[in-house]
Design a protein around this ligand. Structure first.
Ligand code: GUN
Length: 296
């Protein structure tokens, strides 16, 4: 029988365990670890995600400060806000919800965030650290995927891992994390030929394709562990809106374990954001004044 891996339960355990750290920090500094959340435009999915992130912060006493703008905010104004948040000693984490409107260069915005406050793990410094195994702040969804996998996999070494999707947010970083655990990793994408055949080799399968029900039952090896990162809005047979993953969940009986959608990776992404915010606050406050390397 396939095991259903509850991200909701694991996320609740993680957030519960952060409560005490948050209150210790607040007691010591007079204010809690603080996350600045920046949302530009009115993308409905982004609004839902931001609301959830802010709601979870409040549950454990993290302070969140929301900065909401209409979609015509200029790039210069957004850069100005990031500069102020970088300077603010009472802001420990900065999250700019993606996607940004097309006239704003996302790379330029992410590059402008202080890497120590980059709780999304998207800054090139943190991406670089991840790629050389010297961890800074890890991106939240890949970190959540690894926590789910770590609860099931005793020894990653030599396991065949297949990742579907090569995004900067999920596919590439999760592949690096699996590689660091010494899996044999294959990254696939929309131009990959013979995808079902490659997927059938996987002991560990991470799917972040953004394609509802892409992975069918006969693509999955018996006993494989399947992590479904997809969050797709569809309409069910009765015309009601429904959230589904990238995996045909009802065809996974022969898998070893599978994450549901909703209730799998989604809650873990938010829990990891909270972990990163507490980590950033602690790191920033343990830093001494930087020593100048240049005299005078
Ligand atoms: N858009 C989709 N996923 C994410 C995420 O993890 N962080 C941010 N900032 N934006 C996103």
């Amino acid at each position: 029988m396939v095991e259903i891996i509850s991200g909701t339960a694991m996320a609740a355990t993680i957030t519960d365990s952060l409560r005490e750290e948050v209150s210790l920090f607040a007691g010591e500094h007079g204010y809690p670890p603080t996350l600045a959340v920046v949302l530009v435009g009115d993308d409905p999915a982004s609004q839902i995600y931001v609301r959830r992130k802010i709601g979870q912060c409040a549950k454990i006493g993290l302070r969140s400060i929301e900065h909401r703008f209409s979609r015509d905010l200029s790039e210069a104004d957004l850069l100005g806000l990031i500069a102020r948040l970088n300077e603010d000693p009472e802001v420990h984490g900065i999250l700019v919800q993606l996607p940004l409107p097309a006239h704003i260069d996302s790379h330029m915005i992410l590059d402008a965030i202080n890497p120590l406050k980059d709780v999304d793990g998207f800054h090139p410094v943190n991406v670089g650290r991840l790629s050389i195994g010297n961890r800074g702040l890890l991106p939240c969804t890949p970190m959540g995927c690894m926590m789910l996998l770590e609860s099931l996999v005793v020894d990653f070494r030599g396991k065949k891992a297949v990742v579907i999707g090569k995004s900067n947010i999920v596919g590439k970083p999760v592949a690096l994390l699996l590689l660091e655990r010494e899996c044999t990793v294959t990254v696939t994408h929309r131009y990959t030929e013979n995808l079902p055949e490659i997927v059938r080799t996987a002991d560990i399968l991470v799917v972040a394709a953004g394609s509802p029900g892409l992975v069918r039952g006969d693509w999955v090896k018996p006993g494989a562990i399947v992590i479904d990162v997809g969050i797709n809005r569809t309409i069910d047979g009765d015309g009601r809106p429904k959230i589904v993953g990238d995996v045909a969940f009802e065809e996974m009986d022969h898998a070893g374990a599978v994450t549901p959608v909703p209730g799998g990776v989604g809650p873990m992404t938010i829990a990891c954001l909270l972990v990163n915010t507490v980590k950033a606050a602690t790191t920033l406050n343990s830093h001494c004044e930087p020593i100048s390397l240049v005299d005078g």
